[in-house]
Design a protein around this ligand. Structure first.
Ligand SMILES: [Mn+2]
Length: 240
């Protein structure tokens, strides 16, 4: 029984009524709520996607569910990338499984790039024609002294502007330039516009982690099914 239901019953307690009114009213309200809950969940399409991407450089397998619980299993061979993907899925409340076997004997570039492309493609596929989504999302996320703003638009137009002011050559086992490249590759795969701007920060690990957390929050907003499920949120009528 929700609070409205309880109030509806309690407001009428001074009115004369048959002894069984409370029971029948509560039963009716409960059934109505059950119908609403049932309609709400069953009307949502299954917003999930599987992507396999295989080249001579990498093999990537992604399973993504947008309406998840934040369960993430990331195994890319790069510890820092796994750490960032886990933060991304957890804070966006996506269920995400991402495995990659890449040519790390060369360096980390192909692995980072292809994981981002495959994850982006999974986002694109899970959103189908993008009808009913919020489309835009923006968020700030701090990590101690570091603060990053991310703005995303599932416009269909791949574009990324990334300003993180990283000073170290690498963070863990990932080159700093490839972390910047991750956001660009994600935008290409997801066909979205992405702006990632560090507001302030000193520690490079903190800067990047705050960026991934802000990305997670912005993505969660942008993919939220807030609109008419039959309407594509574009004046053009298409987000292609
Ligand atoms: Mn960390």
């Amino acid at each position: 029984m929700n609070p409205d239901g309880r109030n509806a019953v309690s407001r009428e307690t001074s009115q004369p009524r048959e002894p069984n009114d409370d029971v029948s009213r509560e039963t009716t309200v409960t059934v109505e709520i059950a119908k609403r809950v049932s309609r709400g969940t069953s009307s949502l399409p299954a917003r999930r996607a599987s992507v396999s991407r295989e080249t001579r450089e990498t093999r990537v397998q992604v399973e993504l569910a947008l309406d998840g619980c934040g369960d993430v299993a990331a195994a890319t061979g790069l510890g820092f990338l796994d750490h960032m993907l886990t933060a991304l899925g957890r804070h966006a409340r996506f269920d995400l499984s991402l495995d990659c076997c890449g040519d790390l004997a060369v360096d980390d570039h192909h692995t980072v790039e292809d994981c981002a492309l495959a994850l982006g493609e999974a986002l694109d596929r899970a959103l189908a024609d993008r009808s009913g989504i919020a489309r835009f999302g923006y968020a700030y996320a701090p990590l101690d002294e570091a603060l990053t703003r991310v703005v995303v638009d599932f416009s269909g137009r791949p574009y990324a502007s990334v300003a993180l002011s990283l000073v170290r050559d690498s963070i863990g086992d990932v080159a700093s330039e490839n972390l910047v490249h991750f956001f660009r590759s994600l935008a290409i795969g997801a066909r979205c516009t992405l702006h990632v701007d560090l507001q302030r920060g000193e520690n490079d690990h903190h800067k990047v982690e705050s960026a991934f957390k802000a990305l997670a929050l912005a993505l969660a907003q942008a993919v939220a099914p807030v609109g008419d499920p039959n309407t594509i949120p574009s004046t053009k009528g298409v987000l292609a």
